[in-house]
Design a binder for this molecule. Structure first.
Ligand SMILES: Nc1ncnc2c1ncn2[C@@H]1O[C@H](COP(=O)(O)OP(=O)(O)OP(=O)(O)O)[C@@H](O)[C@H]1O
Ligand SMILES: [Mg+2]
Length: 377
């Protein structure tokens, strides 16, 4: 253990057992005496406590200092990475009314792989293979989902399936994606610090640099501002196979969200043209969802086919998660991600590239049809 992490362990001793517990993925501290954790998908209150607000504040101040940041009256918000890769976000009292609040999203050393998502029931084997094919064929993909639904995890997995011969420029706000591939240029934004005369470097700035760095593919960790327009442009101008994540609750909302983000930037492009650009640029949207049983699953894999005569996005589900029932003891929702009887428009590319994914794999299983009918009734 480095001196660095020993120091951090010291400051966080009131929650040391939570940090060590591999079943806990997130620790949420709402003031000194109210602490929650996420354990195997469930949110639970725990008895751990910091001595008082002052003790909590000094821990956070010290952590900030250790990672070269400040957490004080002038800088009441903190976003940082601990030496082990975990992510910490904090907001100081009285901005945070109950007391200084922070959450730690733990970083798991074991890299999550497609086969793990299959094991956890987040994806079926076929749906995983289909996503792999989309990456291989260089489809432009957007991973959509709510907060903490598993977007970055999936982005990480899919990016690592990009053929090693291709040059990737990866752009992030904070370093989260971890690609082993050799040919990766990893760019991370910088915050403004007027006291040191340090100017900000935004995702948008980095996308501009990326375009000149001869990327085959561009990956944006999280699209949440005007960079949406640059990413859409990149996707439309020969950087096929680019990817990004957005916050949205379903595939159509994801397309609309991209549109809003482009418009926020004050672009002069009329929105009908913008919609056409987005409809043309994005090929596949993968929707992540955290269900009521706490489990994170891929809820839809959908194809974006463009815009119809009424100006609406044409989005077709290729795979979708269908609930079959519920385990009364554990509360777990029982279901499967199944094909929707829709052949993607690029099926011919699957055939000519001799990828072993026959048309039959897009046929919906018989049991889904009666369920769907029942739902409609
Ligand atoms: N399919 C999954 N099953 C179980 N846990 C998962 C799954 N996918 C991700 N996780 C875990 O859930 C947590 C949140 O995942 P992740 O950071 O990928 O979400 P996110 O949608 O990117 O969150 P944010 O909105 O904060 O960016 C992490 O601890 C991650 O290890
Ligand atoms: Mg994320």
């Amino acid at each position: 253990m480095s001196v660095f992490s020993e120091a951090i362990d010291n400051f966080l001793s009131p929650i040391a057992d939570l940090l060590k517990d591999d079943k806990i993925s997130e620790i949420m501290v709402n003031g000194a005496s109210e602490i929650y954790v996420e354990k195997q998908g469930k949110i639970l209150k725990v008895d751990n406590k910091f001595r008082d607000e002052e003790n909590l504040m000094s821990a956070l101040r010290a952590i900030a200092q250790t990672v070269g940041k400040k957490f004080d009256r002038e800088n009441p918000q903190l976003d940082a990475h601990l030496p082990d890769g975990s992510r910490i976000a904090a907001v100081m009292m009285p901005i945070s009314q109950k007391g200084t609040t922070f959450s730690i999203r733990k970083f798991f050393k074991e890299k999550v792989l497609l086969k793990d998502l299959i094991k956890w029931g987040a994806l079926s084997k076929d749906a995983a293979r289909f996503l792999d094919i989309c990456v291989y064929l260089g489809k432009n993909m957007i991973i959509s989902g709510g907060t903490g639904s598993g977007k970055t995890t999936l982005l990480n997995i899919l990016s690592s399936r990009i053929p090693v011969t291709q040059r990737i420029v990866l752009i992030e706000d904070t370093k989260e994606v971890n690609l082993d591939s050799n040919h990766v240029v990893h760019l991370v934004t910088r915050k403004e610090d007027p006291t040191q005369n340090i100017k900000p470097v935004t995702i948008r700035d980095l996308l501009h640099s990326a375009m000149r760095l001869r990327p085959d593919r561009i990956i944006v960790g999280e699209v949440r501002g005007g960079e949406a327009l640059d990413l859409i442009n990149a996707m439309n101008t020969g950087h096929e196979g680019s990817m990004g994540t957005v916050h949205a609750n379903n595939p159509e909302e994801a397309a609309l969200r991209l549109e809003t983000l482009c418009l926020l930037e004050g672009t002069q492009i009329p929105y009908t043209s913008l919609r056409q650009m987005i409809g043309h640029a994005v090929s596949v949207i993968v929707q992540m969802r955290r269900y009521s049983d706490g489990l994170r699953r891929v809820s839809n894999i959908s194809e974006v086919l463009g815009v119809d005569n009424n100006g609406r996005y044409i989005i077709k589900d290729i795979f979708t998660w269908v609930q079959k029932g519920k385990n009364d003891k554990t509360g777990e929702l029982l279901g499967e991600i199944v094909p929707c009887h829709y052949l993607p428009s690029f099926f011919n590319e699957i055939v000519v590239n001799k990828l072993p994914f026959p048309a039959a794999k897009f046929e919906a299983p018989d049991w889904v049809k009666p369920l769907k009918k029942k739902k409609a009734a």
